[in-house]
Structures are given as structure tokens and as C-alpha cells.
Design a binder for this molecule. Structure first.
Ligand SMILES: *Cc1c(COP(=O)(O)O)cnc(C)c1O
Length: 260
């Protein structure tokens, strides 16, 4: 997984079946190397920028949950595909408090919690909707100023505040590793998140379970699994290369171009 793979665009149900099978094979191989059970690793397909027609093909190929980076895009897709009630939507990108209302309405999961203001806004909106939301606390493990997420040393104090927000079901931690083809630079980010999870697990207040590790994307999910990932967020290896560069999704990331 160290070289930059080409990701052909999936345009048929068979393409999606094949891509999903290939990713699952790689997940199984990484689990085998790490002595883990593949059933411990959840594959979250990431469908940002993918249009409705192709998402429906992915659904037909078996996808029942999808990750989206931008709230409005996710909400629009949820509305357009309301005829697929067993399709769950995970918002995995940074959230501004003024969009908490949208997330509370439709998302089943939010993976980028990194401020108490957002926690408060989400909780209030969720109470109003009579809904609950699975959340992951995002941690900046790469020490890059451009990345969202809490500095690791602030995570414990943050987690101690979370029992105040009863509609948030805290699942664990999420991170984006350094964008690099060099495993020697990427792996330490995953190790940092796992070690932090192990510490927070001991210290977490009653009712808050810091168990899950959401880490690993198309370019690095095998490494992430070797280091303990319980959710991998994979877009391009399933849907195909995105046309827009990653800097479109992660402001400040000027140097990284499209990966194909
Ligand atoms: C886009 C995205 C992914 C998936 O990246 P791919 O390179 O498409 O696998 C994972 N996590 C987040 C937060 C993303 O925005």
C-alpha cells in the first residue's frame, strides 16, 4: 500500500462488488498479519463527490452505510435517497455549529467532534429531534496545523465533559494520518491514536466508552488495521479516484494533489 494506486471509476454493480471484495481481501490480509479477527474491522465506504446514480449502484452491491465529508452534500443525498431507509449516513468532516441542526436530522454518526460548542449544539438539536448520534472524537495525531481535531494532550479533559451531552453516544476516537506515501511517517499517527485510546479507556467517565478507533483511508488502511483500527474510511478504492484534489476537503492541504 505504499505506492499511490490508480483508482478506476466504478460505474456498474459488478465494479462495486469487485472493489468491495478487493478492499475486504486487503482488510483480511492486514488482520491476519496483525493476528486480528476481520469481524472487528468495519468498512465505512466514503461517497463524497459521488453522484446519486453511482451511490445507488454501490447500494445494490451491498453498501448500507456511507461516509460524507460535507454536511450539506450528505443531507441532500439523504433526502434524494429517502427511499433507501436502511442506508445510514456518517458525517466524517469538520462541522460548524450552524450546521448541527442538519446533522441532528439525518446522520446516524458524526466522526469529527472536536469542540464542546459543537457537542452542545448537536445535543440540543438531537434532543429536539428525539434522536441520538454515535460520535467519535477527532484527534490531530499528525501535529499539522492544517488538520482539524484536538491536540492529543487535550483529549482527556474534553472527554470528561461529554457526559453532559446525553444524546451523544461516544464510540471512540478518529484521526487522519499524515498524508505521505512513507509508512514510517504514517504509522506513528495510528500508534498515537491507539495509545491515547488505551489511556482514555481507563480514565473515561461513567457511561462514556472510548473503544473504537476510526483510522485509515484508501492509501493507508492496511497500516491502520495493523495498528488497531476498528473502522476504516475508504472512498477512492471503492468508488474510484476523485476529480478534485484533497485540498478541496481539507483546507490548508495545498501540497497534496489527486491520488491517481
Ligand atoms: C475523503 C475522506 C476519507 C476517504 O479518503 P479516500 O482517499 O477516498 O479513501 C476518509 N476520511 C475522511 C475524513 C475523508 O474526508
Amino acid at each position: 500500500m505504499t505506492d499511490s494506486p490508480a483508482y478506476p471509476t466504478a460505474t456498474s454493480i459488478d465494479d462495486f462488488r469487485r472493489n468491495l471484495a478487493r478492499v475486504r481481501e486487503h482488510i483480511a490480509a492486514a488482520c491476519q498479519r496483525a493476528g486480528r479477527d476481520p469481524a472487528e474491522v468495519r468498512l465505512l465506504p466514503v461517497s463524497k463527490t459521488v453522484d446519486e446514480a453511482r451511490i445507488r449502484l454501490a447500494y445494490a452491491a451491498g453498501c448500507r452505510e456511507l461516509g460524507e465529508n460535507k454536511v450539506q452534500e450528505a443531507h441532500a443525498k439523504w433526502e434524494a435517497m429517502a427511499d433507501l431507509p436502511d442506508l445510514r449516513w456518517a458525517v466524517i468532516g469538520h462541522l460548524q455549529t450552524n450546521k448541527a441542526k442538519l446533522v441532528a436530522r439525518f446522520a446516524s454518526e458524526f466522526q469529527a467532534l472536536d469542540s464542546l460548542r459543537v457537542a452542545e449544539a448537536l445535543d440540543r438539536r438531537l434532543q429536539a429531534e428525539g434522536r441520538a448520534l454515535d460520535v467519535f472524537v477527532q484527534v490531530n495525531t499528525s501535529n499539522e496545523a492544517s488538520k482539524f481535531g484536538l491536540p492529543p494532550e487535550q483529549a482527556a479533559a474534553f472527554v470528561r465533559e461529554l457526559p453532559a451531552y446525553s444524546s451523544l453516544r461516544v464510540r471512540g476516537l478518529m484521526t487522519l494520518a499524515l498524508f505521505s506515501p512513507d509508512p514510517a511517517l504514517v504509522r506513528p499517527c495510528f500508534v498515537r491514536l491507539r495509545e491515547l485510546r488505551d489511556r482514555l479507556r481507563q480514565e473515561a467517565p461513567a457511561g462514556i466508552a472510548i473503544d473504537e478507533l476510526s483510522m485509515g483511508m484508501s492509501g493507508d488502511y492496511a497500516l491502520a488495521i495493523e495498528e488497531g483500527a476498528t473502522t476504516v474510511r475508504v472512498g477512492q478504492a471503492i468508488f474510484g479516484a476523485r476529480a478534485l484534489p484533497d485540498s478541496h476537503y481539507w483546507p490548508g492541504l495545498a501540497s497534496a494533489g489527486p491520488q491517481s
